[in-house]
Ligand binder design. Structure first.
Ligand code: PXP
Length: 247
């Protein structure tokens, strides 16, 4: 068992989801990211989707300027987004599959099946000094394909594990453990994420060699709940200034 710090990258996409739902300029994605950093997060993750449903280009630019930790940009292997990444130069890029109709990323990237389409973009991102990560299922062929295109990092998709009932997770945990070992032997950094929350988190602690966990939805959801009391108190306090209006 390794004795090392497990790092946390906080995905703040859903702060932007709240903002986009009403077209307001709040909640402020950068302020939320800085609060994550102040709490000790080791990095901030955002997914610039092709449909721009939550994070906008201006958010990625602003985060690049404001963050003191690491910026991890999740994105599809699309020519437009690759150019944006090369211009903004995040510390890390995580290549993910993207379907317009999905609620969130479904399944890992098929690196083995799209190896030729990935080779050029990965080469360019590597040459730019951006840490390239591949969001993949813990499948030996996918991990071997990541090594073949010289991706220095993978993010193991924990969504399948998290979606299973707690008493049915053993074989998926085994797959994650085997995948992490295979990647480590190949010299690939191992990150993990998707669907993790305070209830299921410790279930993946048997997975060795993990560097960073990327967690979003459960943290933003928890923040809503722990912040609700003070948000209501602030509104009630503001309402005490009412003097009866002008009859
Ligand atoms: N990692 C990747 C590659 C993702 O696409 C997502 C979701 O945007 C996450 C991690 C975070 O997942 P969750 O919001 O379920 O914590």
């Amino acid at each position: 068992m390794q004795d090392r710090l497990l790092k946390l990258g906080v995905n703040v996409d859903h702060v932007a989801t709240l903002r986009q739902a009403r077209g307001t300029d709040y909640p402020d994605v950068v302020a939320a990211a800085l609060a994550c950093e102040a709490a000790g997060a080791h990095g901030i993750t955002v997914h610039l989707r092709e449909d721009r449903r939550h994070i906008q280009d201006r958010d990625v630019h602003a985060l690049r300027q404001a963050l003191r930790t690491r910026l991890n940009l999740e994105m599809a292997n699309s020519p437009e987004i690759i150019e944006i990444a090369l211009a903004i130069h995040p510390d890390e890029v995580c290549l993910v599959p993207e379907k317009r109709a999905e609620l969130t990323t479904e399944g890992g990237l098929d690196v083995a099946g799209t190896i030729e389409a990935l080779r050029g973009p990965v080469d360019r991102l590597n040459a730019a000094g951006i840490l390239v990560s591949m969001f993949i299922d813990p499948d030996p062929d996918q991990i071997a394909a990541c090594a073949a295109i010289e991706a220095p990092c993978i993010e193991l998709h924990t969504g399948t594990f998290c979606d299973l009932p707690a008493d049915a997770r053993a074989s998926e945990l085994e797959r994650l453990m085997r995948g992490a070992r295979q990647a480590h032997v190949l010299g690939i950094q191992v990150n993990a994420g998707h669907g993790l929350n305070l209830e299921n988190l410790s279930g993946i602690f048997d997975v060795p060699f993990m560097d960073t966990l990327n967690i979003g939805h459960s943290i933003v959801s928890h923040a809503v709940m722990v912040g609700m009391q003070s948000a209501v108190q602030a509104m009630l306090e503001a309402m005490t200034a009412y003097q009866g209006g002008t009859p």
